[in-house]
Design a protein around this ligand. Structure first.
Ligand SMILES: [Cu+2]
Length: 152
């Protein structure tokens, strides 16, 4: 636990240097972050990735300089209808468990896009995680913009 707090403090001190993500790997691994491309005038899209924490964490917020707002959402089947809802308390990242954000499941709802997401571009994302005792830190990642038809 002590080691973890040192990592967090170091991470905060290192922001917004691009090396911050490398430090964050001590407690949170972000694998294959991607965003679905948009068509002109479309202001909402989804961002996806696999998150694995080495201590119990909670993803509590996300933001991007290219989006007005990002919410943490869950899609699920209820009464044979696909429902999407925001998770006001965020998404639990239990220690050692890979949590997938993917189409049809958990995702980041990226809203108020300031420009279209073009395939092959990168969207910077800031992910805020919280420990059990409410200490927060932010991890920066770059999500690749993939084609509209990507299923993954
Ligand atoms: Cu959504």
């Amino acid at each position: 636990m002590r080691h973890f707090f040192r990592a967090v403090l170091f991470l905060i001190a290192a922001l917004p240097a691009s090396s911050a993500f490398a430090q964050a790997k001590d407690f949170l691994t972000v694998k294959d972050p991607w965003v679905r491309a948009t068509v002109p005038a479309q202001q909402v899209t989804g961002a996806f990735m696999t998150l694995t924490a080495t201590v119990d964490l909670r993803l509590v917020a996300a933001s991007s300089p290219q989006a007005g707002m990002i919410e943490i959402h869950q899609m699920s089947m209820e009464n044979n209808v696909m429902q999407m809802r925001a998770l006001p308390d965020g998404l639990a990242l239990p220690k050692g468990k890979a949590v997938e954000l993917k189409p049809g499941s958990y995702h980041l709802m990226v809203m108020d896009l300031k420009q279209p997401m073009k395939q092959g571009a990168w969207l910077p994302l800031m992910l805020t995680v919280e420990t059990k005792d409410k200490k927060r830190s932010t991890v920066m990642v770059s999500a690749e913009v993939k084609s509209l038809t990507t299923k993954q």
